[in-house]
Ligand binder design. Structure first.
Ligand SMILES: CC(C)(COP(=O)(O)OP(=O)(O)OC[C@H]1O[C@@H](n2cnc3c(N)ncnc32)[C@H](O)[C@@H]1OP(=O)(O)O)[C@@H](O)C(=O)NCCC(=O)NCCS
Length: 140
């Protein structure tokens, strides 16, 4: 195993909550992939931004900032990548232990990763009341 880069980020959930209250649409379109925007919408509570919504966005923001640190490249397009959880989104055979994946869905992002020789992206996210964190390992 050859590790090409690691990245981590911690985000204060309240910071994200403030942004979501002020200009949600613009922020979400910049930060989330369309798949994630749907997931975000499904977490609303009676049409209102819930705590789950905030944690969802904060942890995805942390993940994408961790990707910037791991690749050392600020040009990554946040809306062109997303966290995929097989057990939530597909096959009946999938289980919660199936590995979560960072999916790349933008040619610019793919170009950045290809230029580094990345073949595999390992990631982990977590959130608690006040903070969300993410960790990324890029493997050749
Ligand atoms: C590079 C970037 C990820 C750094 O984030 P940050 O919020 O300034 O950094 P954090 O507060 O998370 O962490 C600070 C620590 O991270 C370290 N750090 C900053 N950039 C780093 C990098 N590229 N690689 C590794 N570590 C880095 C710093 O050394 C700092 O530690 P120090 O205070 O001891 O020096 C961020 O500023 C950035 O450019 N993000 C991408 C741009 C963006 O927002 N794009 C949106 C696209 S839609």
């Amino acid at each position: 195993m050859v590790i090409l880069g690691i990245g981590t980020d911690i985000v204060k959930n309240q910071r994200i909550q403030h942004i979501l209250r002020r200009h949600p649409a613009r922020f979400l379109q910049k930060v989330l992939h369309p798949t994630e925007i749907k997931q975000f919408e499904s977490k609303k509570d009676d049409g209102q931004i819930s705590r789950q919504c905030t944690e969802f966005v904060a942890s995805r923001w942390a993940l994408k900032e961790a990707m910037v640190k791991a690749t050392q490249n600020r040009s990554l397009i946040f809306s062109g990548m997303y966290l995929y959880k097989p057990h939530l989104e597909s096959a009946e055979s999938a289980t919660p232990n199936d590995k979560i994946q960072v999916k790349i869905d933008h040619p610019k992002n793919q170009e950045i990763l290809d230029s580094l020789g990345v073949r595999s992206i390992h990631s982990s996210i977590s959130h608690e009341d006040d903070y969300s964190i993410a960790f990324v390992v890029l493997e050749k």
